[in-house]
Design a protein around this ligand. Structure first.
Ligand code: SAM
Length: 214
């Protein structure tokens, strides 16, 4: 599925992200290895390694590579960590995290995207537990998680996700209105409270669901 013509652009993207401030070598190596073009339609392949979000089916997007890298870095994961992703979309972010060695669980609300990502990840050899449903409720069967990443913009931090985070775990989530959000990281403390840090402004498609937008 990979092609030699994509290797140089992918290396160039990795260097671009390093220059933009991504420091986690594990994240950079994963971006340098996952074939992003495979996650988008053929007509957009020439733009696959530009640092930009691109359209996928169901009016959704594959996130900008910088955002994927930044969110992955903020998760501060190590190989073997159990991670939950909300918003599988194309499956690209999932592949990056699997490449980093985590045990990944991912939820997508659109059946078509869920199915496409399931087939593609399998085809590319990325193993992840995938489910179609409302990710704002989390996935309690496998909780607690060492890290949770939300790849759609939320009005508030869903309580279920906070509950399903392990002590010391990190939840990285864009929170704001439907046009713009602030990227937050919540770290669960020993007493069950959360330390909250805020990072850059971002613009994600909305998180739709019981504890998202209605
Ligand atoms: N991580 C994706 C990727 O690498 O392609 C980017 C996903 S896109 C920015 C956000 C995704 O979140 C969309 O596919 C959307 O359908 C999904 N989504 C929105 N609300 C959701 C919910 N409550 N549960 C699960 N998925 C949801």
């Amino acid at each position: 599925m990979d092609q030699p013509k994509f290797i140089k652009p992918r290396q160039a993207l990795m260097e671009h992200l390093r220059e933009k401030g991504i420091q986690d070598e594990q994240v950079l190596a994963a971006i340098g290895s996952v074939p992003r073009h495979a996650f988008i339609q053929t007509g957009l392949h020439d733009r696959a390694y530009e640092d930009t979000a691109l359209p996928i089916a169901k009016d959704q997007t594959i996130s900008q590579p910088y955002t994927v890298a930044r969110q992955s870095e903020l998760l501060a994961v190590k190989a073997g960590d159990k991670v939950l992703e909300i918003g599988t979309g194309s499956g690209y972010q999932a592949a990056v995290l699997v490449e980093m060695g985590v045990s990944l669980h991912t939820i997508e609300r659109h059946a078509e995207l869920h199915q496409q990502a399931r087939e593609l990840l399998h085809q590319l050899g990325y193993r992840a537990k995938q489910k179609c449903g409302d990710g704002t409720l989390g996935w309690s069967a496998f909780a607690p998680y060492d890290a949770i990443i939300v790849t759609a913009g939320a009005p508030v931090v869903p309580g279920s996700l906070k509950e399903q985070l392990a002590t010391g775990g990190r939840l990285v989530i864009p929170v704001g209105d439907q046009g713009q959000q602030l990227l937050l990281r919540l770290t669960k403390q020993d007493d069950g409270s959360f330390q909250e840090e805020s990072f850059s402004d971002v613009a994600f498609v909305p998180l739709i669901g019981d504890q998202g937008w209605g």
